[in-house]
Design a protein around this ligand. Sequence first.
Ligand code: CP
Length: 313
Amino acid sequence: MKHYTSIHDIDDINSWIEDAKALKSDPLKHVELGRNKTLGLLFFNSSLRTRLSTQKAALNLGMNPIVMNVSGDAWGIEFGDGTVMNGNTAEHIKEAAAVVSQYCDIIAVRAFPTLTDKAKDESEEVLNAFKAYASVPLVNMESATGHPLQGLTDAITISEHAKKARPKVVLSWAPHIKALPHAVANSFTQAMQKMDVDFVITNPKGYNLSPEIVGDTPVIHNQEEAFKDADFVYVKNWSSYEDYGEVLNTDPNWMITKEKLGDAKFMHCLPVRRNVIVEDAVLDSDSSIVIQQANNRTYAAQLVLKNILESNN
Ligand code: CP
C-alpha cells in the first residue's frame, strides 16, 4: 500500500481490525519501525482528534511528527494548472508538495470541501494534487468526500463492542444549524459495506448520500422504523447532496434521544453539538461509546502508518 486515501485502500477489513486490536494491546511493539522517519501533518481545517491521535500514532511507531496549519500560516497555495498567479495565491502545489516531500517520509493532509461546487469537491482537488506532486506516501486526514481514518476507527469500535455475529448498524442523519460535509458518512458507509453487518441508513427526504456511495444499502426515511432492533446507532449530520451543500431541514424530531436509542450503542465521530444532534441523556449514559471510539483513532492511524512504512521500506 503506497497511500491511504480511501476506505477502498483496505484490502481485508477484518484482518485490519484484528491488526489494529493487536496494536492497541501493545502500542509500542513497533517503536523501531518509524525511527528517524518524519510524518508531516498539514491542516487546511480545524481538528482536535485527528491532529492529536495521528501524532500519537506516529510517536508510538517511533516517528517524528511535524504539524502545520496550512490555512493562515503557509503561503496561499495555487492548485490550478497554468494559472497566472497574480491574485491571492503565492505558491503552486507543484512546488509546495515537492518541497514538503523533502522534509517528510509520509505526508498527511486535511482539506474539507467547498460545499458550493460539487464537481470541484468530487474531483478531490487538494488530495489529488498532493498525490500527484508529492514524492512520498499520502494519508487522507479528511478530504472533500472521505474520512477513511474515521471509517476504519468506526469499524474497529463496532467489532470491539458487538455482542452478536452480525449486528444491526444504523447510520442516522441528525439536525445541525450549519452545512456539514458528507465525508464521515461516506467513509462510514463504505466501511460498513465491507463488514458483515446488517446496515441501513436513515435520513430525511432530500438528504440521500451520493448514489455511488449508497449502492445497495437500504435507505429508510422513517427514523423510528430504521432504529428497530438496532445494536449500533451511528449519528452524523450532513448537508444535502442532491441540493448540494444546502441545509433543507433542521427538524429537532430527528435529534437522538435515550428513548429512541433503546438498547443500542450510540456512536458519533465528534465533535458533537449537545441537544442539537443528541440529547445529554444519551452522551452522559453508558449507551454512548464516543470516547472509546475517539480512543481508537490512535490505533487506526497507527495501523495505517505501520502498513505504509512496511510497504515502502
Ligand atoms: N472526528 C474527527 O475527525 O475529529 P476532529 O475534526 O477533531 O479531528
